[in-house]
Ligand binder design. Structure first.
Ligand code: ATP
Ligand code: MG
Length: 313
């Protein structure tokens, strides 16, 4: 199989409103493919179409070689889906939740028990298998939910904000599990609002207002898709300097990144007047220089450009 997912002109309307607007993209087998975008951009709607649970209004998509409209049942059997508001049964134990979902996917007997034991072990939940799901802390709940979605060993997994609201250590443990699937050849499509997770993906697409506005590897997106130039501004008192930088007409966006300010400008020529403006107000400048943008810089710049007089849609 050449592609795990191939979407062409994939579109979904709700009444007059276009939630997903002619998306075209491909996901290769074994890839970890990240889907980023502001709230309401159309990520979950796209995933629901790919999982065969929501009909497209227009366009086509194939998942694992099956058409989402003609063969949704074939797709459902071969994928795992962890929805954004996944539900565990709070009164069932960890083990019972896994057994229930494994049963839904047609596992039974020793095969079922074997898969459940394996997942408990892999996800560090063996000691908690007898606890009711409602008593689990966030990180454990996410891992249990992932287990429920993958016990039947799907070829492809759709994860819709699987780590939302979870602490950094738990997020890292969750990504270790994802990496392991990917090493075993499972294709992963994952949505996230965390840039460190986005960096971790093989390829990404940014979506805004239902449209893909950039896609590629994280490195290529940073190298090629930044509209404008990011200047790193290193100065004393960065917090006081930020509003000064933001107010300059040449600056489209500015934000703190650690101990420096990242200022997005149209071209690197803006560096000198920017430095001058800070010096005039008594700041000591260490450096103002163009840098490779962070993913977040590209993302914010692309989304804002669309919002304020970007190219016509
Ligand atoms: N069943 C529905 N009926 C009407 N509008 C809907 C429906 N489902 C989604 N929408 C709208 O479609 C748009 C895209 O929603 P979607 O849930 O796909 O966004 P998202 O990118 O997943 O956002 P988030 O990051 O908040 O999860 C939103 O404006 C949403 O209100
Ligand atoms: Mg969503």
């Amino acid at each position: 199989m050449e592609f795990s997912v191939r979407a062409e002109g994939l579109t979904r309307r709700f009444g007059e409103f276009v939630a997903v607007d002619h998306l075209s993209f491909e996901i290769q087998p074994g890839e970890v493919w990240g889907f980023l975008g502001p709230n309401g951009a159309g990520k979950s709607t796209t995933i629901r179409m790919l999982c065969g649970i929501l009909d497209p209004s227009e366009g086509t998509a194939e998942v694992l070689g099956f058409d989402v409209r003609r063969a949704p049942e074939e797709i459902k059997r071969r994928i795992g889906y962890m929805s954004q508001r996944f539900s565990l049964y709070p009164d069932l134990t960890v083990r019972e939740n896994l057994e229930f979902y494994a049963g839904v996917y047609g596992l039974a007997g020793p095969a079922l028990r074997g898969q459940v034991d394996k997942w408990l072990d892999r996800s560090g939940l063996t000691d908690r298998q007898g606890a009711p799901a409602r008593e689990l802390a966030g990180g454990f709940r996410q891992r249990l939910a992932l287990g429920c979605a993958v016990l039947h060993r799907p070829q492809m997994v759709f994860l819709d904000e699987p780590t939302a609201g979870v602490d950094p250590t738990s997020r890292r443990q969750f990504w270790d599990l994802i990496d392991r699937f990917s090493d075993e050849g499972t294709t992963i499509m994952v949505t996230t609002h965390y840039m460190d997770e986005a960096e971790h993906c093989d390829r990404l697409a940014f979506i805004s207002d239902g449209r893909i506005i950039a896609q590629g590897t994280p490195a290529a997106i940073k190298r090629e898709q930044m509209p404008g130039v990011v200047l790193e501004v290193r100065t004393d008192r960065v917090v006081d300097a930020l509003p000064v930088v933001e107010a300059l007409p040449a600056v489209r966006d500015a934000a703190l990144h650690g101990a420096a300010i990242h200022a997005t400008v149209d071209d690197a020529g803006a560096a000198r007047p920017l430095a001058r403006a800070l010096i005039d107000r008594g700041f000591r400048i260490e450096a103002v220089e163009p840098i490779l943008p962070a993913l977040e810089d590209v993302f914010v710049a692309l989304v804002e450009r669309r919002g304020t007089g970007g190219p016509p849609r």
